[in-house]
Design a protein around this ligand. Structure first.
Ligand code: HT7
Ligand code: ZN
Length: 867
């Protein structure tokens, strides 16, 4: 398959001013009539022929300026597109095509889910609905008329504002939607079916009354309250923070249970995975509630950052995604504890983006090439892209950032633009030269930041030397220094903050920074608030322990404790490997004990502080990972900490028991997180304390107060040898077998339980009547949870885990190539493993690659992983 390169970008030969669509919906024979007002693009090289994208379409008719087009003027292109020969400078093209939503298991274009119609057009799905120049720099105004059987599809939705509806013969009806805002084709959407709406209203700052609707399957109306509340808070926040108001009379969301990603920001008609809409205390965890708030906000914020100002081409994806993730992170931080939110975001960055940046698919925030664009909806484009925006904001300051946003929107409203345009707006608004900073968009790999310091007692001069280097990544053997903003402070030996706190900018490979007049050697507190997405090293265990206890910055307090734990965990892994008896490191126990001492001051923070770095994170720090030894070491530490602190853990678990109604405010979520973290440790304790932990888990499971507590208890039991284990899993299945989202949790919990029989269980679950490879949530809940969330069993030395994943990817690739390509990632990280495991992982990849008819997306991931 061909590689698309950023440097080959050319403006479109033809522009589309107006699109009139008519969709007559039918499960196997939907007819799509499109009338396009086209004209030659004065900014492009002249072209006699018009080329349109198309995929899986059956052409039924074509007319140019009303005259039928014969075979002499039409040519079908490889891949499914259409060429119309010899067209005038401006003209109307009408096409009629047939498509089969029922046959669409790819979930791109128009498809059926539970008998209802949904579309997904980003990135290149619109071409599966009609012939079109399906690229984001072709922005057009759309009018959409939908026609369907009234009984099967009482609800007919599309982008924009409603503009009439009526009856048709034979029990059919129609509805028309007009979107006044020009948009790229990837934002087109249709939803039709037997859905019910939860409705509300929002009045914008300038007085526009917006009708809000969340459309779900009958029976789910009562589970939309949190999503609706999140939507209204997002709308108000964007007005308050950026002066950005909503711009249509309606804002609709539709939820669908078959969806490739989390949600989609189609203009005026967002489509959501049900996972990010539906929530009841009995069925959704606190993490689910937080996820809903984040994703609802994210998609809403796209209305300006993505929709009104869009991307020129798909290489600019982070222009909308990095910026919008930054905006949703900022929003969520403003809703509760900013420090805890930042810790969670950094944890996710390190878990997903750092390995990607060190693996075979490493790419810059703005990639230079791709084979399949769907493979580039990555943690790098999203999360690292958000970090880059955050750094820019820190460099130019909050007020200038706001001015830059105003300028960006004023300059580029209704345009399809590039990352340079965004950086230029920030530069012009702030007067800061950001040309070097732009390297962050161009260079892959996570920079390493190394610190050393020196103190001259006689003069009171303290020198901090910072050095950076970025490892080579595929296609980029050499790296240049990037500007790294280092927010910092100095802590005196008594734990007090000393003068000198501020922002250092490391621009060269190495730079020294001096501080005068200090009474004693301080401990440097670096990367406060995680001011740059880099890997910091060079502080001693002693300094880390000190910062964990004393820093005034909560992020550095948390991170220093994590770094301390990581260093000790790496040491213990070596002891496991040399079969030495393990002992709980006293320094680590002291940090853990101190976190427990202060736990009730800020339970949410304490819950974060108690969690040990993950097995994958520890593996990432090793030249060659040893999954078995890492697992044994981490299990040992959990048990040893549980045993040492069992009375206090039990006391916390008891004291934090809730008696009132379930609440989802930050304080309540924090208390539940701390209580459940305590339970998890207690259940791993030795002897009577451990037995008590398991008994508490059983009670908590049976009490069934809310899904957060039930699931935390079930996770503890599922990970144990408790005789209550199977009964609890069976009871959970029996109770929730008719709720897809809850059943996903049941699959995931078993897939990620690190018991020796986990793979056997997973193979059995893949044959379970409730397992369905065609449903992406279900596929992820079993295959993804095992391969990406159960390192000890996935990396079983037999290679069975790798074989399982390869089999599943092959089966899935025939059904849904996007999901298959995403799930293959863990096999790509073979270079991190020892030679024997590496060979088995490569064998799995080769087996996939040998599959005839492999999709180009899975091919790209697998072939790059083998390179
Ligand atoms: N912009 C949306 C991306 C998305 C997507 C991409 C490829 C295939 C299916 C997809 N569904 C949604 C989601 C977002 O980032 O807001
Ligand atoms: Zn997005």
């Amino acid at each position: 398959p061909p590689t698309i390169r950023r440097e080959d970008y050319r403006p479109p030969a033809f522009l589309v001013d107006q699109v009139d669509l008519h969709l007559a919906l039918h499960p196997t024979a939907t007819r799509v009539k499109a009338k396009l007002a086209l004209r030659r693009n004065p900014a492009a090289a002249p072209a006699a022929d018009l080329e349109l994208d198309g995929e899986a379409l059956t052409l039924l008719a074509a007319r140019l300026d009303g005259a039928p087009l014969g075979a002499d003027r039409l040519a079908h292109l490889p891949g499914g597109g259409l060429r119309v020969a010899d067209v005038p400078a401006a003209f109307t093209l009408e096409t009629e095509v047939g498509i089969s939503p029922e046959a669409n298991s790819e979930l791109s274009g128009l498809y059926l889910s539970g008998g209802n119609y949904f579309t997904q057009c980003e990135a290149e799905g619109f071409r599966r609905i009609t012939y079109f120049p399906d690229r984001p720099d072709v922005m057009a105004r759309y009018t959409t008329t939908l026609e369907a059987d009234r009984a099967a599809c009482p609800v007919l939705l599309s982008n924009g504002n409603p503009d009439g509806a009526g009856e048709l013969p034979d029990g059919r009806h129609w509805a028309r939607w007009v979107d006044p805002h020009p948009k790229p084709s990837y934002l087109f959407a249709v939803v039709a079916g037997d859905l019910v709406a939860m409705r509300d209203r929002f009045t914008t700052r300038s007085g526009r009354k917006v009708a809000l609707g969340i459309y779900v399957r009958k029976g789910d109306e009562d589970a939309c309250g949190h999503a609706m509340d999140s939507l209204k808070r997002s709308m108000a926040w964007d007005e308050d923070t950026y002066g950005l108001e909503y711009d249509l009379d309606v804002f609709n969301i539709a939820a669908v249970s078959d969806f490739n990603m989390g949600a989609m920001e189609n203009k005026g008609l967002n489509v959501f995975n049900t996972k990010y809409i539906l929530a009841r205390p009995e069925t959704a965890t606190d993490a689910d509630y937080e996820g809903i708030e984040t994703v609802v906000a994210h998609e809403y914020f796209h209305n300006w950052t993505g929709n009104r100002v869009t991307c020129r081409d798909w290489f600019q994806l982070s222009l909308k995604e990095g910026l919008t993730v930054f905006r949703d992170q900022h929003f969520s931080a403003d809703q509760g504890s900013a420090a805890v939110k930042r810790i969670g975001d950094v944890r996710r960055l390190r878990a997903a983006q750092f390995p990607e940046d060190a693996g075979p698919m490493a790419h810059p925030v703005r990639p230079d090439s791709y084979v399949e664009i769907n493979n580039f909806y990555t943690a790098t484009v999203y999360q690292k892209g958000a970090e880059v925006v955050r750094m820019m904001r820190r460099l130019i300051g909050e007020a200038n950032f706001r001015k830059g946003m105003d300028l960006y929107i004023a300059r580029h409203d209704n345009q399809a633009v590039t990352i340079e345009d965004f950086v230029r707006a920030m530069q012009d608004a702030s007067g800061t030269d950001l040309s070097r900073f732009a390297r962050w968009y161009a260079q892959a790999g996570t920079p390493a930041l190394r610190v050393r310091d020196a103190f001259d007692k006689a003069s009171g001069r303290y020198t901090l030397t910072l050095a950076q280097s970025t490892p080579p990544t595929p296609g980029q053997p050499e790296k240049q220094p990037v500007p790294i903003p280092v927010a910092m402070g100095l802590i005196g030996p008594d734990g007090a903050e000393l003068p000198g706190a501020g922002l250092l900018l490391l621009e060269e490979a190495e730079q020294g920074f001096t501080f005068e007049g200090l009474p004693a050697k301080p401990v440097p507190s670096l990367l406060r608030g995680y001011s740059a997405p880099v890997k910091l090293s060079g502080l001693s265990l002693e300094q880390l322990g000190f910062l964990a206890a004393h820093d005034t910055d909560p992020f550095v307090r948390w991170d220093s404790a994590q770094q301390y734990a990581t260093a000790e965990m790496l040491r213990l892994v070596e002891e496991v490997r040399s079969q030495k008896p393990l002992a709980l490191p006293e320094g680590l126990a002291a940090i853990f004990g101190a976190a427990l001492d202060r736990a009730m001051e800020d339970p949410a923070f304490a819950a974060e502080a108690l969690v040990l770095p993950s097995e994958d994170f520890v593996a990432d720090q090793m030249a060659v990972a040893d999954p078995e030894a890492i697992h044994a070491m981490r299990q040992f530490l959990r048990g040893a900490l549980g045993t040492r602190f069992s009375p206090r853990l039990a006391a916390l678990h008891g004291a934090l028991e809730e008696t009132g109604p379930y609440r989802i405010d930050g304080a309540s979520i924090g208390r539940r997180a701390l209580r459940n973290a305590s339970l998890a440790y207690l259940a791993r304790a030795e002897g009577a304390a451990g037995a008590e932990g398991l008994a508490r888990a059983e009670q908590q499971f049976e009490a069934g107060r809310n899904m957060t507590d039930v699931l935390a208890a079930l996770r503890v039991l599922a990970d144990s040898d408790s005789p209550a284990r199977q009964a609890a899993l069976d009871a959970f299945h029996g109770k929730w077998r008719h709720d897809d989202l809850v059943l996903d949790k049941w699959f995931a919990i078993q897939a990620s339980a690190a018991r020796p029989d986990a793979l056997e269980a997973v193979r059995a679950l893949a044959r379970h009547p409730d397992f369905d490879l065609r449903n992406p949530n279900r596929a992820r809940s079993l295959i993804g949870a095992f391969a990406a969330g159960n390192p000890a069993r996935f990396h079983d030395a037999s290679g069975d885990g790798y074989r399982f994943l390869a089999e599943m990817v092959i089966a899935l690739d025939a059904v849904n190539t996007q999901v298959a390509a995403r799930l293959v990632s863990p096999l790509g990280l073979w270079k991190r493993q020892d030679a024997a495991r590496g060979a088995l992982m490569r064998a799995g990849l080769e087996r996939i690659l040998a599959r005839p008819g492999l999709s180009k997306g899975t091919y790209e991931k697998v072939s790059k992983s083998l390179a």
